[in-house]
Design a protein around this ligand. Structure first.
Ligand code: IPE
Ligand code: IPE
Ligand code: MG
Length: 250
């Protein structure tokens, strides 16, 4: 792991890393266990990913923990995920404080059970002055729903004459998303071999580098994050320009 860390150029670290934590169910199945066993064993991976991101100086990490579509899973699994959310947030709070981790959430969190909303609000408040890294949990999150909400809120302002239609631009749209206080995603990682976005941060990933790994989420460790970072650093982010233009400006 130390070697991998040494291979990372600390001047070119993704500022915002987003992760689709996938494969808990398959991990458990592979061990002859129920799906929920996989979710229970996902916490170490969360800790490792956040610690790794922090080690390299990334300022934002966003984890997809529960999608709007995940509400359609069997009630038993949804309930288990919700109670794991509550117990994990409580358990991790001292660690968040110790490591300067500021907690944030995106998504339609009003749909979460009251208990989860309460603990989440408490943890967000307790960690609000931490500055090492911002850890955002996407909970009951769907990018399309987020965009629909933004359009509704912007439209209300237009109707109330608070906003001129001609003034609507990318910045205004940004400011109406759940992620109004987060920068664009630089690197998106998905575990478990699936190569899709699954309604995650559609607007914010417009120019993100995408990285897919076969590792199942409960097995994800700092070294896997570092591999993704090294892969990212070997790419050229051109943002529409030519390779020559990009190299000239370096
Ligand atoms: C990701 O693992 C966790 C959540 C979506 C909550 P999955 O539960 O999707 O695991 P697989 O994809 O079925 O293996
Ligand atoms: C995406 O994973 C959502 C989270 C990781 C929370 P899923 O496992 O729900 O995605 P699909 O349905 O396979 O695309
Ligand atoms: Mg899955």
């Amino acid at each position: 792991m130390g070697e991998l860390l040494q291979g990372i150029n600390l001047q070119n670290v993704p500022n915002h890393i987003a992760i689709i934590m996938d494969g808990n169910g398959r991990w458990a199945k592979g061990k002859g266990m129920q799906r929920v066993f996989g979710h229970k064993n996902a916490l170490t991976a969360v800790r490792e990913a956040v610690a790794g991101a922090s080690d390299i100086g990334a300022k934002f990490i966003t984890l997809y923990a529960f999608s709007t579509e995940n509400w359609n899973r069997p009630k038993l699994e949804v309930d288990a995920l919700m109670s794991l959310l509550v117990s994990s947030l409580k358990k991790e709070l001292p660690g968040f404080q110790e490591n300067g981790i500021k907690i944030n959430s995106i998504g339609n969190t009003e749909q979460l059970p009251k208990k989860a909303q309460k603990v989440l609000a408490e943890v967000i408040d307790a960690t609000k002055d931490n500055t090492t890294i911002t850890l955002t949990f996407a909970l009951s999150y769907g990018a399309r729903e987020e965009i629909v909400n933004a359009i509704k809120n912007i439209s209300k302002k237009v109707v109330n004459n608070e906003l001129d239609i001609e003034k609507i631009n990318e910045k205004i749209i940004n400011n109406h998303l759940y992620t109004f206080n987060l920068p664009d995603v630089d690197l998106m990682i998905r575990t478990s071999g699936e190569q899709r976005i699954s309604n995650f941060l559609l607007w914010q990933m417009a120019y993100a580098e995408l990285y897919f790994t076969e590792v199942l989420w409960p097995d994800f460790r700092r070294e896997h994050l570092f591999e993704a970072i090294i892969n990212y650093q070997n790419r050229e982010r051109r943002f529409g320009k030519t390779s020559e233009q990009v190299t000239e400006n370096e």
